[in-house]
Design a protein around this ligand. Structure first.
Ligand SMILES: Cc1cc2nc3c(=O)[nH]c(=O)nc-3n(C[C@H](O)[C@H](O)[C@H](O)COP(=O)(O)OP(=O)(O)OC[C@H]3O[C@@H](n4cnc5c(N)ncnc54)[C@H](O)[C@@H]3O)c2cc1C
Length: 206
């Protein structure tokens, strides 16, 4: 990236922490001059980000041809309410990754990517569920994107108002917006007596 953004960070630890807490990314690419930004899930292993989907996915097919791609991940931590409209803001952590994706052909790497996907969304799940068959693996496209050209940007803390506004009788501060799980809703065909797994009871991001 050419311009070091305000609040910018490039260290791996910051980037990985944001990627591991989020599970939705937006994938941007241009086809015949038309930009697309498509929401999707992702997984990470070390310096590699994995995308996956149906073998029929147009996005994954196009990206596997080596089209330049931009992946962004955003966590919104809170609303920053200032005394002036101008200084209202959002506490956030975000990552932007640039590069070209590689099609994962190897069935072992593909299976590992799907494990990462599942575990990324809910740690502990993979060991309990039925794993993909060879046929299901073949019906799934997996792309790998190297986390080489990557940046993070983070905003924390309260509002920063103009000095003359601090005396205003208006509430100012932060409204935190954590991701919190609600009560699980059991599937109508759940086998009677099946317990809610422990990893779900204590589910939280970050
Ligand atoms: C939270 C979230 C997670 C997802 N995770 C995955 C995933 O892991 N794997 C996966 O394959 N897909 C996932 N999807 C669906 C994904 O967004 C695409 O719809 C899907 O991959 C099909 O892509 P495509 O390029 O084949 O779209 P096409 O069917 O070719 O899309 C045609 C057109 O439909 C519109 N379109 C496509 N997707 C969307 C959308 N989501 N919302 C609104 N308009 C759309 C666009 O204009 C697009 O050009 C996820 C969606 C969400 C919201």
């Amino acid at each position: 990236m050419k311009r070091l953004p305000k609040r910018g960070a490039y260290d791996r630890e910051t980037v990985f922490k944001i990627l591991d807490e989020a599970f939705v990314c937006h994938v941007g690419f241009v086809v015949d001059g038309q930009p697309f930004v498509i929401p999707t899930n992702f997984g990470r292993c070390g310096e590699t980000l994995y995308l996956h989907g149906s073998a029929a996915s147009r996005m994954l097919r196009i990206l596997s041809e080596g089209l330049p791609v931009c992946v962004t991940v955003t966590l919104t931590d809170g609303l920053v309410l200032a005394r002036s409209a101008f200084h209202h803001s959002v506490n956030y952590r975000s990552v932007v990754v640039l590069g070209t994706a590689r099609l994962v052909d190897d069935l072992t790497e593909k299976m590992e990517a799907l494990r990462l996907f599942t575990e990324h969304i809910m740690k502990g799940r993979w060991d309990e569920i039925r794993w993909p068959t060879e046929q299901e693996l073949k019906a799934t496209t997996v792309l790998a994107l190297s986390l080489e050209e990557v940046s993070a940007k983070v905003r924390t803390g309260g509002p920063i108002d103009d000095e003359e506004d601090y005396g205003m009788p208006v509430w100012a501060g932060v409204l935190p917006l954590p991701v919190v799980a609600a009560e699980p809703i059991a599937d109508a065909r759940l086998k009677p007596g099946t317990e809610i797994p422990g990893y779900m009871k204590s589910y939280r991001r970050g």
